[in-house]
Design a protein around this ligand. Structure first.
Ligand SMILES: Nc1ncnc2c1ncn2[C@@H]1O[C@H](COP(=O)(O)OP(=O)(O)OP(=O)(O)O)[C@@H](O)[C@H]1O
Length: 256
């Protein structure tokens, strides 16, 4: 069963600067939830608190009955949280498959000696992991690029490798941080379809942090809007889009 992600009363301060103030929202099981807002609204800060990179000054994050607050990122992977970063932390010289296999490591067991001696069960597990990593790449449309070094790929494909690596931990929650940043309009439209397919076919929850309101309105089930670190709206996309405070936040920054 896919658990609900509950973000409760998050406050994050950097010295005198309040990046988040009392932010709460819930990502319902199997839904595509977007966290949006203008520049500096606190989206990345919120993403980084949920993902364990920043420690909240106040508040908590729970996935079902599991407390995520304060856990380190590698523990989260083991608990079913897969994350793709804004600046993909991939190994550019390695192949697509090797990068995605790195994501599987959160799931692999086996000590150094067993690995070094290539114990039969390790070899079998490795084969199984390679098969699954290949399937994930095929699902994301990069199955023909398994042996290509990441450095040789166009940006849109690199982003897919990053998502594949996040999916390789078999997450119940996939966190995507501004996946469309730096993409062309065509790449963005393709990506939107892919994200939708991940939700529909894998049935997992997705938290999508995005600057571009246009991208999320077509695909999100629910949208939380931040502005100056505070939640200013939360609801279905069509409702949020018409919210006067949201319109003001976006138009205000555009006009500035
Ligand atoms: N590590 C940090 N140290 C100090 N201040 C920070 C840090 N990270 C973010 N901030 C500040 O917190 C506020 C929120 O920034 P954040 O990057 O979370 O916003 P954002 O909505 O993701 O913006 P963008 O769309 O531009 O990426 C900003 O005022 C930013 O300068």
């Amino acid at each position: 069963m896919i658990p609900e992600l509950r973000v409760e009363h998050l406050t994050l301060r950097f010295g005198g600067l309040t990046a988040l103030e009392d932010v709460s929202f819930t990502v319902r099981p199997g839904s595509l939830h977007a966290l949006i807002g203008p520049n500096g609204a606190g989206k990345s800060s919120c993403f980084n608190v949920i993902g364990g990179l920043y420690r909240a000054t106040e508040g908590r994050v729970r996935l079902g009955d599991t407390e995520l607050t304060g856990l380190r990122p590698h523990r989260m992977a083991a608990l079913g949280v897969g994350r793709a970063f804004q600046n993909a932390a991939l190994s550019p010289g390695s192949s697509v498959l090797d990068n995605v296999m790195l994501g599987r490591h959160a799931l692999t067991r086996g000590g150094f000696l067993e690995c070094a001696l290539r114990a039969p069960w390790i070899v079998r597990a490795e084969r199984r992991h390679t098969r699954r990593a290949t399937e994930i790449c095929e699902f994301l449309g990069i199955g023909h690029l398994l042996h290509t070094p990441v450095a040789a790929l166009p940006y849109g494909q690199v982003k897919r490798v990053d998502i594949a690596r996040a999916l390789a931990v078999e997450p119940v929650l996939l966190m995507l941080d501004e996946p469309a940043a730096g993409m062309t309009a065509a790449e963005t439209a393709d990506l939107a379809e892919t994200v939708r397919a991940v939700r529909d076919e894998l049935g997992i929850s997705i938290l999508l942090v995005e600057h571009d309101m246009g991208l999320v309105m077509g695909i999100a089930d629910r949208v939380t809007v931040l502005d100056f670190g505070r939640r200013i709206a939360d609801g279905p996309p069509d409702e949020v889009q018409r919210d006067p405070e949201v319109v003001r936040a976006y138009l205000g920054t555009e006009a500035a």
